[in-house]
Ligand binder design. Structure first.
Ligand SMILES: *Cc1c(COP(=O)(O)O)cnc(C)c1O
Length: 421
């Protein structure tokens, strides 16, 4: 996939006069268009919904845009549930897929009318004790173990993953929950992360559909929705191809017609919890080249660092790097493009062929719209950058300011230390 950026070099240079680098920029128009394409592909199901994984881009402006496009939210903490509320996402369109959840957060989600997705069999009694009863609607997260050939560098093998219930536990869980008065049931699984092969998702849906039928036969429980989790990948590398939403939807529909319809489970809700493909390609980290260094390798130092975008340093992930205004220049230099952290893994690109970079050039890191700013941290006293939204009318709104030293010191007892002996 060819990498694009919504502003030309003049427009970007002008923007940096108002908002100095580094910053994240999101493209509202592209996010909306992509969401419409996703929704259209899955509208071949009688009941479809995307619950945007809030962790991927936890900004209420982004959530509001997605809510307008029909999305719900997928949360795994109290602040994420609160962000959905702030963004105006309807409470019953918010699923709480958490793990190792404190009682207080279950209480909030229940009182708030969110859908609770349990990560373990023992959480049934934990939830009952916490709430005094079970909610009317309950979902369970399935871990297929070695039944699934899934092996994925981020999420690992299912049998080694900490998430979800085993097959036997799933069957027992629906039985017990039904006896305890639960009326509506969902079935969740997520066994991949950043997967580009459409067959993977068709296989996963088949596995989940077969379990839904088994639950009906063995527990007398009619599953009303399946949640296929997230894990749909994006083509970070230029030679990779985007997942064809239509191909995934049609593949799943074929299994639906084969398994769900004859079992009398139609209409079954088909839900997703995607984050990465929804905002990932439509967000960029923009930084400036402030140093160059010539030792055993050639280095370009940016005014940003791994604290703004952790993926390359943490996972060794590839992110395309372009230089504003030099899109068509020959890539006749090889650089390590690095940040300022005192960690040698703080490299946005390693031994990358790029055009000659001059000090002051604006460097664009692509596909940073999901798991980008959200994974930032403050190690080394680094202040995280802000977020800008390019509106559909071409104007730019700052939707999160950059952090200040006061933000960083806010949790410290600065007065107490003066009298501390
Ligand atoms: C992270 C996560 C998602 C979103 O994954 P993406 O790769 O961003 O699509 C969805 N559901 C759960 C439970 C997750 O942990």
């Amino acid at each position: 996939m060819e990498k694009t950026f919504p502003l030309n070099s003049e427009e970007l240079k002008k923007l940096t006069q108002t908002y100095p680098t580094p910053f994240y920029l999101y493209d509202e128009k592209a996010i909306r268009e992509n969401m419409r394409k996703f929704t259209k592909a899955f509208s071949i199901f009688p009941k479809f919904r995307e619950h945007f994984a809030v962790k991927a881009c936890p900004n209420p402006y982004i959530l509001k845009i997605l809510a307008e496009e029909g999305c719900g939210g997928d949360c795994s903490s109290l602040p994420e549930l609160m962000l959905c509320e702030i963004a105006g996402i309807k409470k019953d369109k918010v699923i709480f897929t958490s793990n190792e959840t404190p009682a207080s957060e279950f209480k909030y989600a229940f009182a708030n009318g969110n859908i609770i997705n349990l990560d373990d069999f023992t959480h049934i009694s934990f939830l009952e004790k916490t709430l005094g009863k079970l909610p009317e609607t309950l979902c369970f997260r399935y871990n297929p173990g070695s039944a699934k050939h899934g092996c994925n560098s981020i999420i690992g093998k299912p049998e080694e993953a900490k998430y979800g219930l085993t097959r036997e536990q799933m069957l027992e869980a629906y039985k017990v929950a039904k006896e305890k008065g639960v009326k509506h049931f969902g079935l969740h699984t997520m066994v991949a992360s950043n997967e580009l092969n459409p067959d993977f998702f068709v296989d996963t849906a088949k596995l989940v559909f077969e379990l839904a039928v088994e639950v009906k036969e063995k527990c007398g429980v009619n599953i009303e929705f399946v949640d296929l989790g997230g894990g749909l990948g994006i083509p970070y590398k230029p030679e990779q191809k985007a997942v064809d939403y239509d191909e995934v939807a049609k593949g799943i529909r074929a299994e639906y017609d084969k398994i769900i319809v004859p079992a009398g489970l139609d209409p079954l809700g088909i839900y997703w919890e995607c984050g990465r493909p929804i905002t990932g390609p439509y967000g960029w980290l923009v930084a400036k080249a402030i140093h160059e260094k010539h030792i055993y390798r050639e280095y370009i130092g940016l005014d940003s660092c791994m604290a703004d975008l952790m993926r390359p340093g943490m996972y060794g992930s590839y992110h395309e790097v372009t230089v504003s205004g030099k899109e068509n220049a020959p890539k006749d230099h090889v650089y390590d493009v690095v940040g300022s952290l005192c960690e040698n893994c703080d490299k946005f690109a390693v031994q990358r062929e790029l055009p000659e970079i001059d000090i002051g050039d604006l460097v664009i890191i692509h596909d940073a719209g999901a798991h980008g700013r959200a994974m930032g941290f403050n190690y080394n006293g680094k202040l995280r950058c802000g977020e800008l939204l390019l509106r559909t009318d071409g104007t730019v709104k700052e939707i999160r300011r950059r952090e200040t030293i006061n933000d960083l010191f806010a949790t410290l007892d600065l007065e107490g230390v003066e009298n501390f002996k």
